[in-house]
Design a protein around this ligand. Structure first.
Ligand SMILES: [Zn+2]
Ligand SMILES: [Zn+2]
Length: 262
């Protein structure tokens, strides 16, 4: 299994337009953060989690040749604005692509992206099929019958007052945009080895874990390795990463992690 962090930045990205702070002007490439997204590859099946406004640049940078399913965490713009940029994945392969979301997210997406999901869909739109995640599901290859389906477990979280989803795929869990994780979800994270977790900044925010809160959550989950994501321009990579506990690090754009799927 290979996990690629496509983007690790907060909603406006880092650098922030018009800002000349030390992080926005840093020469460390790890301080350049595009909007959050993640690609998981399991034995030839490619699962994309979120497609934000930077998706096209991320896909070129990482040379993403195939996508089998799109899992949506929630409908905020920084996580869904790149949906149209999936269109080329249907130029040579007309197989529809499942687009998995929680029901509240799906409801908003049907309106926002009426030309993809509405009755009157635009013929050139991405062939995304919106499906509600009510429990565990499997992702199948759009390209071959030889690849084994990949089981996925949705993880319920709260993002401010918005119910949002994380996803567990084998030993990996992707938990961005969260300010609270219920006990039942911690149970579903039992035994996970790699976690990517929301950690906005130090100053409190009602929709996101702060870095100290994320350290507590990471230690409660107890994965061998946790990477933080969704950081603002108040977080200087080298400085912050050096003071995190063992097994917890800041993620950065383009980070690739390989692990055993189960
Ligand atoms: Zn976000
Ligand atoms: Zn959000």
């Amino acid at each position: 299994m290979t996990v690629t962090l496509l983007g690790t930045g907060t909603s406006v990205g880092v650098p922030v337009l018009g800002c000349d702070c030390r992080v926005c002007t840093s020469s460390d490439p790890r301080d350049r953060r595009t909007r959050c997204a993640c690609l998981v590859e399991v034995d030839g099946v490619h699962i994309l989690i979120d497609a934000g406004p930077d998706f096209r640049m991320q896909a070129m940078r990482e040379d993403i040749q195939a996508v089998d399913a799109l899992l949506i965490t929630h409908h905020h713009f920084d996580h869904v604005a790149g949906l149209d940029d999936l269109r080329p994945y249907f130029f040579w392969n007309r197989q529809p692509m499942p687009c998995i979301a929680r029901e509240n997210t799906a409801e908003v997406m049907r309106t926002t992206f009426y030309y993809i999901f509405g009755e009157d869909r635009y013929s050139g739109a991405a062939l995304l099929q919106l499906q509600t995640a009510n429990g565990p599901f499997e992702v199948r290859s759009r390209y071959t019958n030889d690849a084994s389906p990949v089981p996925v477990q949705p993880i319920e979280m709260t993002h401010g007052d918005l119910p949002a989803l994380g996803y567990r795929i084998g030993n990996f869990a992707y938990l961005t945009d969260a300010s609270y994780i219920p006990d039942a979800s911690f149970e579903k994270l039992d035994g996970v080895e790699l976690v990517v977790l929301d950690a906005l900044r130090h100053k409190p925010h009602y929709k996101h874990f702060t870095i100290p809160e994320a350290v507590d959550v990471a230690q409660r989950i107890g994965a061998r390795q946790t990477y933080f994501t969704h950081m603002t321009h108040s977080v200087l990579h080298a400085e912050e990463d050096a003071r995190l506990p063992e097994g917890i690090n800041l993620g950065y754009d383009g980070l690739i992690i390989t692990l055993d799927a189960s």
